[in-house]
Design a protein around this ligand. Structure first.
Ligand SMILES: CC(C)(COP(=O)(O)OP(=O)(O)OC[C@H]1O[C@@H](n2cnc3c(N)ncnc32)[C@H](O)[C@@H]1OP(=O)(O)O)[C@@H](O)C(=O)NCCC(=O)NCCS
Length: 410
């Protein structure tokens, strides 16, 4: 069956997470993704290994549906193999440290000359210009410098990293959007272009609402924040507050374990039914609780009233009760609850993938759902599994391929 990206060929020179997360999405959408690895392989094949001697989950969960070729880019024949690959591909994505491909002899101008239709995409910590352009970066560095850490956690505690890999996989999704736009533009212009996605920019984009609040500060306190913001010239950490226009928090439920919480958002229209459910109809008319404007001035009292009720029910019971009266809410799910979750499993967001050397493992499915381009998750490739197949496709003879193996080019 034709897929959304059938016919698109991607030269995937990515490693660790930010790049591979992007090319994995492209492979799931039907692109032929050729992962070009140094002869030692992507470092994540061996990082955080749980089973000795086989590719780690770090690698398998970010590189499915791809083919693998090993090429030594510091070898003259390796450069020749790379050049043919560039000629045959629509997209090249890399997330090396700054200047790596230039040092290997392939700046954007050269790549454009080799294949004028090529879309050359780079993921970098801080983009390709400005004072930080030459700095390497990892997820947490981008979270620190993109506004996430200073606004995450409790106001009286240290800045906190979020568990979501917004700097890595979040940037991967931003890069995907840019690459797809460049592919679309190429249908009109016939030309490739240079695309850059910076991890700091991606995080800042996701922290947009915090910059909104920063500017609101000059016009008065942020009433929906759980701490006093009067006189501050920066946005403080706001614990579990929603960050949006409707107040919410995580309330404790039975039996009180580390993840026995339900996140509740109290929209104005649900307040009367919510009060009725918890047996506090008096609060529907009580001037201190009756309106959103009144409640926002003492939200902790609202949460205390809800918790007094929720402590006798599990988060699942609370979810059912609140959904019955149309209150937006969600139980805080542990990783165990997520991998065993019926809803996620039914939709394929958690699924088992067979692997030739490590056996079956669980992976997170594709969050992009297209009715005419269903995703079938296949295992990640073994290191160099498709080297000879790809060399043949590129028109190299058996003798040439043999020579490349002998001299360490592949
Ligand atoms: C992640 C990061 C910090 C890792 O740094 P690193 O381990 O020093 O790796 P680099 O990407 O800087 O360098 C890779 C080296 O391998 C070499 N290499 C890569 N592929 C090769 C190949 N196929 N053949 C031969 N050499 C190869 C490069 O030439 C480079 O060597 P050099 O330093 O002599 O030029 C860095 O790649 C980075 O900042 N990337 C951009 C942001 C990013 O994606 N961060 C990670 C998010 S998960």
């Amino acid at each position: 069956m034709e897929k959304a990206l059938s016919g698109v060929r991607v030269l995937d020179m990515t490693h660790v997470q930010a790049g591979p997360s992007c090319t994995q999405l492209m492979a799931w959408l039907g692109a032929d993704v050729i992962k070009l690895e140094p002869p030692t392989g992507d470092i994540t094949r061996t990082q955080l290994r749980d089973v000795p001697g086989v590719d780690s989950l770090y690698f398998t969960m970010l590189n499915s549906n791809k083919r693998s070729i090993t090429v030594n880019m510091k070898n003259a024949d390796g450069k020749e193999v790379f050049t043919r690959l560039v000629k045959s591909c629509d997209v090249l994505l890399e997330n090396f440290g700054p200047g790596v491909l230039n040092r290997l002899g392939f700046p954007w101008e050269k790549l454009h000359e080799i294949n004028p239709r090529l879309i050359y995409a780079s993921i970098k910590g801080f983009g390709d210009s400005g004072p930080y352009a030459n700095f390497k970066a990892y997820e947490v560095i981008a979270q620190a410098m993109g506004g996430s850490m200073s606004t995450t956690g409790w106001w009286d505690g240290p800045p906190t990293v979020t568990g979501s890999q917004i700097g890595d996989s979040g940037t991967g999704v931003h890069a995907l959007a840019a690459i797809l736009a460049a592919l679309y533009q190429r249908t009109h212009t016939g030309k490739g272009q240079y695309v850059v996605a910076a991890m700091q920019d991606a995080i800042l984009n996701l922290c947009r609402v915090k910059i909104r609040d920063h500017q609101r500060l000059s016009h008065g306190a942020l009433k929906e924040y759980p701490t006093d913001t009067r006189g501050l010239d920066y946005v403080p950490r706001s614990g579990n507050a929603t960050g949006g226009g409707q107040p919410g928090t995580a309330i404790k439920c039975k039996p009180g374990g580390p993840n026995d919480y339900l996140y509740v958002v109290v929209q104005p229209q649900v307040w009367p039914d919510l009060c009725k459910l918890i047996g506090r109809e008096d609060l529907v008319t009580d001037a201190a609780f009756a309106t959103p404007e009144a409640r926002v001035t003492h939200l902790q009292d609202v949460w205390n009233v809800l918790e007094f009720y929720s402590k006798d029910y599990t988060k699942w019971e609370m979810m059912d009760k609140l959904n019955e009266i149309d209150v937006p809410c969600g139980p805080v799910l542990s990783t165990k609850e997520i991998v065993e979750n019926e809803h996620l499993t039914l939709k394929g967001m958690i699924q088992d993938v067979p692997h030739p050397t490590r056996g079956s493992y669980k992976t997170v499915g594709c969050p992009l759902v297209l009715s005419d381009s269903p995703v079938e998750i296949k295992p990640s490739p073994l290191l160099g599994e498709h080297t000879d197949e790809i060399l043949q496709e590129l028109g190299f003879s058996k003798e040439e391929a043999g020579k490349f193996h002998e001299n360490g080019a592949v």
